[in-house]
Design a protein around this ligand. Structure first.
Ligand code: ZN
Length: 276
């Protein structure tokens, strides 16, 4: 059973809890963290999907070149990392067009910054489909303080454009929800980021195994800046500091264990093998 590995490629100052505090201090760390990320994937000899923030690729064209040379998939993570709740259909359409001309091809996949897809922002599905995207991976089927749709499906499906918690096989766009662990009616988010740093490898492994036993792939993710031990630490409130920096130095150890234990590939390769 093959699973799906995704990377949200962004600078350490892009996340929602950091961006305001980082307005006056934007030291670039992308060269270092991208190299560390590519080295990790090469060590495990696997292909992954990179959801890339457009403005980063515009400023550093070698990012796209490097990822392509290593044979990974290029997908879109918003032009300036603005969540869908701060955009509208016209802006998203323009962002996708600009990203496509930057990379010189039609990108197949999208992940909304801050997993901001919900029934309030479901208009994005139509935009993605009209722009020629084949899939989205923005849905966190659990409730968290910042995002999540607790009653959404937990395995790949084609969401109805009227109600994203329902499947509609007439639509073209696939959704790849992020991994959650179901425990006595509660869905615990474990796919990546803070949740991967917070929970143990054995709990995440159990969640992956459970899904695989039912014949479905687990979708996990990490941020490149989580592999950088020198990610700048800003003064944030207690809660935001905890969510952003908790056990940051353990991410790479945890990933090493998960990537050795399970098989992973990109969404593109998964779709070509199992959906097309
Ligand atoms: Zn992001």
């Amino acid at each position: 059973m093959v699973n799906i590995l995704t990377i949200d490629l962004e600078e350490w100052y892009h996340p929602e809890y950091v961006k305001r505090e980082a307005l006056s201090y934007k030291k670039e760390r992308i060269q270092y963290s991208l190299k560390t990320t590519l080295d990790l994937l090469n060590r495990h000899n696997l292909k992954a999907t990179f959801f890339i923030v457009g403005e980063l690729a515009e400023k550093n064209p070698e990012i796209i070149k490097n990822i392509r040379e290593n044979d990974h998939e290029i997908a879109f993570h918003g032009y300036n990392h603005k969540p869908l709740w701060n955009l509208n259909a016209d802006i998203l359409r323009t962002e996708i067009r600009n990203f496509n001309s930057l990379i010189g091809e039609k990108c197949a996949g999208f992940r909304a910054p801050s997993f901001s897809l919900s029934n309030k922002t479901k208009w994005a599905l139509k935009v993605l489909e009209n722009c020629g995207c084949q899939y989205d991976s923005s849905l966190f089927p659990a409730k968290t303080p910042l995002y999540g749709v607790w009653n959404a499906p937990t395995t790949p499906y084609r969401p109805s454009h009227e109600n994203i918690t329902e499947e509609d096989e007439k639509t073209k766009l696939w959704e790849f929800p992020l991994l959650v662990y179901k425990l006595k009616g509660i869905k615990v988010p474990v796919a990546g980021g803070f949740y991967m740093r917070f929970f143990s490898v054995s709990l995440i492994a159990r969640a992956i195994k459970k899904l695989n036993q039912q014949g479905f792939p687990a979708v996990i993710f990490f941020h490149n800046w989580e592999l950088d031990p020198d990610t700048p630490r800003l003064k944030l409130g207690l809660y935001k500091y905890f969510v952003t920096y908790h056990k940051l130095r353990e991410t790479s150890k945890k990933l090493e264990r998960l990537l050795s234990k399970f098989r992973f590939t990109s969404i593109k390769e998964y779709m070509e093998s199992y959906i097309a």
